[in-house]
Design a protein around this ligand. Structure first.
Ligand SMILES: C[S@@+](CC[C@H](N)C(=O)[O-])C[C@H]1O[C@@H](n2cnc3c(N)ncnc32)[C@H](O)[C@@H]1O
Length: 233
């Protein structure tokens, strides 16, 4: 499935040493960057709460969040559905340390781990989320994470992936590129983001056997959410 020119992951599981350091250290800058990124979309809290509504949560459900980062989406989930049980997994020890600090009561089970091979039980989650992480991975790694999401999802559950959308119009595209740091020299996400957009998130989810049932977009179309059911094995 991979092509020869595809960027390769380092042994850490990241594309570049910049990401190893950025996600490995626990620092507030990631959250500052996230705050900045969501400003044109109406603010981070409102936006992540909108994501949480896309998840169609029901009280008591079990939720797995792959590549959970510093835990902001998981906090938004609890704010709209306080009784769900969440497990969050991220490769970055720094990200997980920060996520745990935002959750002093330990309501969320945050773990350091590889989202493509979680070791969690098959078909044990009602909702499996992947928020704004796949665009950082080459195709093989993306498909492996989406496959794992499908494996973890109950047959009547949902897998929801949230990613960079395709804004309509040149001005919106240019503004997003500027706002989301596409101009930073050596930005390791550019090639993988472009590849994901060209192939289409929904198409890649279908490729691993998911049935797409819904699609959402935020203001300006900058972010899309694809909702899918695990298809028949
Ligand atoms: C842009 S951040 C998004 C984090 C979070 N979901 C959010 O919405 O803020 C991408 C995250 O994916 C994580 N990541 C990348 N590859 C991963 C993998 N194979 N397994 C687990 N986490 C991974 C990174 O450590 C990073 O925290």
């Amino acid at each position: 499935m991979s092509t020869e020119n595809e960027p390769r992951l380092r042994t850490s599981g990241y594309l570049s040493w910049v990401e190893e350091i950025w996600y490995g250290l626990s620092h507030p800058l990631y959250d500052v960057m996230a705050w900045w990124s969501f400003l044109p979309l109406g603010g981070e809290t409102a936006c992540r709460q909108e994501f949480a509504r896309w998840f169609r949560l029901v009280p008591g459900q079990r939720v797995a969040s792959l590549c959970c980062g510093s835990g902001s989406t998981e906090q938004a989930v609890l704010s709209v559905a306080p009784s769900v049980e969440i497990t969050g997994i991220d490769l970055g020890a720094g990200q997980i340390a920060r996520a745990r600090r935002k959750d002093p009561e330990g309501r969320i089970d945050f773990r350091v781990g590889d989202a493509s091979s979680t070791g969690l039980e098959r078909a044990s989650f009602d909702r499996v989320l992947i928020t704004l992480a796949l665009h950082e991975m080459p195709r093989d790694a993306r498909l492996a994470v989406v496959c794992e999401a499908r494996r973890l999802c109950k047959p009547d559950g949902l897998v929801i992936a949230i990613e960079h959308g395709r804004p309509v119009g040149l001005v919106s595209r240019l503004l997003r590129g500027f706002w989301w740091f596409a101009w930073v020299p050596g930005n390791p996400e550019i090639a993988t983001t472009r590849d994901l957009q060209n192939r289409g998130l929904a198409n890649e989810m279908r490729e691993v056997g998911l049935d797409v049932v819904d699609r959402h977009t935020t203001r300006l179309g900058w972010v899309e959410g694809i909702v899918a059911r695990p298809g028949a094995e």
